[in-house]
Write a protein that binds this ligand. Structure first.
Ligand code: ABU
Length: 515
């Protein structure tokens, strides 16, 4: 113990070189359109190439640097202008700087004590997002992804109706009913399983031909579930469904919820960023009437994975709650015996436990800034910082332009697609999800034959395989409802140009020509 167990000088030298590799291979090459999007290897070949085995002795600097290069070389370049595979893509340099800062700080924003800057930034960012939703007050927390944000909504809704469920669990509750559209995100089902509500109690409400929840069908489902003896609790409307990009009619759904006293959650993980644009925010008209909202800036705003805000319109924040005695106020080995509990909002009352080693009530500063107890997590990533720094760099106006550029690029691609033979839209896009089939020449004119749809369903996977092996671009496909496999093209990256979109269409045509 006479000297440190870490060679900091060698560590810094190593990092200098890693930064060079990151800049060259991870940033420059990854975003360079002349490079491949991916360098496909079969799993066994990749395992061998990477030499994954972990051994008794450590390796030298050169070998480790090569390993860093290999990680970048054999990973998919999601920042590439021809990566269209997910609802996230692109690389924003400012947001990346935020991610570097977060990683370097290596702290958890659970207490002001260990993350003063990050806690304040998180609160600022959450307040701005709430403002865009239309709320002047409320609460929120960053969660590890949209699925978790949706699950927090379900948990808070249950707690609000049945506060005793926190201590007693589900055993004495009525059979609960949750409602979401047929196109809603699968996290609602997962959440029902995780929270012990049960997937059978998630009622998937019919959608119209554009994938939007039909409010009259929601009303019918609620009536049916009530008649069967269940207690409706929670409705999840979606603003921007994953595949079709559909926006549920929020005002009409809010009317139904108000009539039945149900919690309205809006899963705006994908579409929330449209609130930034005065031209597009009409898609979410009525969102201010929600009780809670999920919004993932890591998608359309290109903040980088992960950045998911769970927002609450909670008027109980700051009000006294004498009935609330978190475990931290009860005797026990790890808790604050006898400490006063400040008034708290729903999130705190639902999730707070007041661990005595983190959330001491007798600290010398304002302990309402120890926000971590509002989350079911303990260690938590500081996902607000990268959004804060991006927002500082672009301003609200720049963020809005980012959203509008993505929308504009989709319109350009749509127009070009309509001019070409062989492309068939699944539907006119309302947002940024451009869903289409490519019909190869061999299938054209056979649209009325029995095997047409069967054969067409095999086209997208075959084209996808060819493009990945070639490494030229990546775009997602899926079947959906009665539709056989079709492509879902998503453009979120402002680095994408007209040439990239023309290339996209040329490439689909070329890869699908002889199928
Ligand atoms: N469920 C989140 C979105 C997944 C995707 O990128 O398609």
């Amino acid at each position: 113990l006479e000297c440190p167990g870490l060679d900091t000088a060698a560590g810094e030298e190593f990092l200098q070189e890693v930064f060079q590799i990151l800049l060259e291979e991870g940033v420059r090459k990854s975003t360079d359109v002349t490079q491949k999007v991916c360098d496909w290897k079969e799993p066994q070949e990749l395992q061998d190439l990477l030499d994954l085995e972990l051994r008794s002795d450590g390796e030298g600097r050169e070998q480790l640097l090569q390993r860093c290069r290999d990680v970048l070389r054999f990973s998919v370049r999601t920042g590439h202008p021809r990566f269209f595979n997910q609802l996230f893509s692109g690389l924003d340099h400012h947001a990346l700087a935020g991610r570097f800062l977060t990683e370097t700080l290596n702290t958890s924003p659970y207490t002001y004590e260990v993350a003063p800057v990050l806690v304040l930034m998180e609160e600022q960012v959450l307040a701005k997002l709430r403002e865009l939703v239309g709320w002047s007050s409320g609460d929120g927390i960053f969660a590890p992804g949209g699925s978790m944000s949706n699950m927090l909504a379900m948990n808070v809704a249950r707690f609000q109706r049945f506060p005793e469920s926190r201590s007693r669990g589900n055993w004495n509750l009525p059979r609960l009913g949750l409602f979401a559209s047929q196109e809603s995100h699968y996290s609602i089902l997962k959440g029902a399983a995780l929270l012990g509500i049960g997937t059978d109690n998630v009622h998937l409400v019919r959608t119209d031909e554009r994938g939007k929840m039909i409010p009259e069908e929601l009303e019918k489902e609620i009536q049916r579930v009530k008649a069967e003896g269940s207690e409706p609790l929670f409705v999840c409307a979606t603003s921007g469904t994953t595949v079709l990009g559909a926006f549920d009619p929020l005002d009409a759904i809010a009317d139904v919820c108000a009539r039945h006293g149900l919690w309205l959650h809006v899963d705006a993980a994908w579409g929330g960023s449209a609130l930034l644009s005065s031209r597009l925010r009409h898609l979410l008209a009525g969102i201010h009437r929600a009780d809670s909202v999920t919004w993932n800036p890591h998608k359309l705003l290109m903040v980088g994975l992960q950045c998911s805000a769970f927002l609450l319109r909670d008027s109980s924040v700051g009000a006294p709650h004498p009935e609330f005695v978190p475990l931290g106020c009860l005797p026990g080995p790890l808790i604050n015996f006898g400490a006063p509990c400040p008034s708290q909002g729903l999130l705190q009352r639902c999730h707070g436990v007041g661990a005595s080693y983190l959330f001491q009530r007798d600290k010398f500063y304002d302990v309402s800034l120890d926000t971590g107890d509002k989350s079911p997590q303990c260690g938590r990533r500081a996902d607000g910082l990268k959004l804060w720094i991006l927002w500082k760099a672009l301003g609200t106006r720049g963020l809005a332009q980012r959203v509008e550029r993505a929308f504009g690029a989709t319109r350009y691609l749509l127009e070009q697609m309509k001019r070409r033979e062989g492309f068939q839209l699944v539907m006119e896009p309302e947002f940024i999800n451009l869903c289409f089939w490519f019909i190869p020449p061999s299938l054209r004119g056979q649209e009325n034959s029995l095997e047409f749809w069967d054969k067409l369903g095999k086209v997208a996977p075959a084209i996808k395989e060819k493009m990945i092996r070639r490494g030229s671009m990546m775009v997602g496909y899926q079947p959906q409802g009665s539709h056989v496999n079709f492509f879902r093209q998503i453009i979120t990256n402002p680095a994408v140009t007209r040439q990239d979109l023309d290339f996209f269409l040329d490439e689909i045509q070329e890869l699908g020509w002889d199928l």
